[in-house]
Design a protein around this ligand. Sequence first.
Ligand SMILES: Nc1ncnc2c1ncn2[C@@H]1O[C@H](COP(=O)(O)OP(=O)(O)OP(=O)(O)O)[C@@H](O)[C@H]1O
Ligand code: SF4
Ligand SMILES: [Mg+2]
Length: 351
Amino acid sequence: MSRREGNGSTAVGERTEGEEPLVRVQGLRKHFQLRSGWFRRKAETLRAVDGVSFHLDRGETLGLVGESGCGKSTTARAVLRLVEPTAGEIHFDGRDVMAMEPGELRGFRGRAQIVFQDPLSSLNPRMRVGTALAEVLKVHGVASDTAERRQRVRNLLETVELAPELAERHPHELSGGQRQRVGIARALAVDPELLILDEPVSALDVPVRRQILGLVRGLQREFGLTCLFIAHDLSVVEEVSDRVAVMYLGRIVEVAPVSVLFSRPAHPYTRALLAATPRPEPGGWAGPRRPVLEGDVPSSVSPPSGCPFHPRCPHPERDEECRRVVPHLETKGKAWRVACMKAPTSPDARS
Ligand SMILES: Nc1ncnc2c1ncn2[C@@H]1O[C@H](COP(=O)(O)OP(=O)(O)OP(=O)(O)O)[C@@H](O)[C@H]1O
Ligand code: SF4
Ligand SMILES: [Mg+2]
């Protein structure tokens, strides 16, 4: 089914050292212009994504986490130019995505697919599942005739572990987990190299969530996909990611390999998220040990001065400098970067 199918031996995160990343994003910004007040005369700028940089090595999965509204989905959409970035650089397989003309952009979008946060909104309610998948194959010229398309639809349903009979159903006749699987099947239909999964399990109950995460892990191994996996919940990204980036108010505040982030998080926000994450323990799951944080996420229209996290930061050394100076991501260890002026200076020097 896939040009990468059949190796079957690629471990999650297995990749060649020194290779150019599949995706490189530098200084990405997406600002929305809003109008409010009497006669909508007041113009405001909402900084949904405000200087995000990251890369994705081939075959790896980067988890992207953060509270609601911090800019995760907007980052994903901007990378694919489904919303036009305000500024920044995006390179895919060495090509400058921002400079792509419509034809090249279409080709890029065939190689980079997204599974949207709300699977129902991205499926045509009047179209049967099989017809919707066949449409995608037709539009992208993947299969030459109706018989081949029908066979590929069956293969796709099998890949996402759905019974072939489901091809005859409409989206509203499916369960949440089945819809999410159809969304993944649709993304896989064009044999992408990059798969962005935007909160694929947040609306699902725990058993179905585990099944979908198992499916994603299987797909990573089978097809060697490069993934950006978005979630609210750190425990979800831990299961499927090689590295994790933590976002707060439109910026990445910490990025690290899973083993580092979960054992010695350096940013106070990452620590707070982790403290609120249920963890597996002998005999079951331990519930959140502490609430996430006090106070709401500040407005992206008028973000705080200095460190955007300072109004909520529980770090004992938070001071006047935090109110004045914007911290940038600084290297703390191998593949580990943190945007906090009070973060420990070496991997082992933790407060
Ligand atoms: N088209 C738009 N016009 C104006 N503001 C927008 C638009 N899309 C997103 N925003 C705003 O940008 C900010 C980031 O939104 P985004 O959907 O990226 O957050 P998110 O991290 O994905 O949140 P969630 O976890 O709830 O999905 C929010 O304040 C949101 O209201
Ligand atoms: S820079 Fe200051 S306010 Fe920001 S996270 Fe670090 S200690 Fe907290
Ligand atoms: Mg979102």
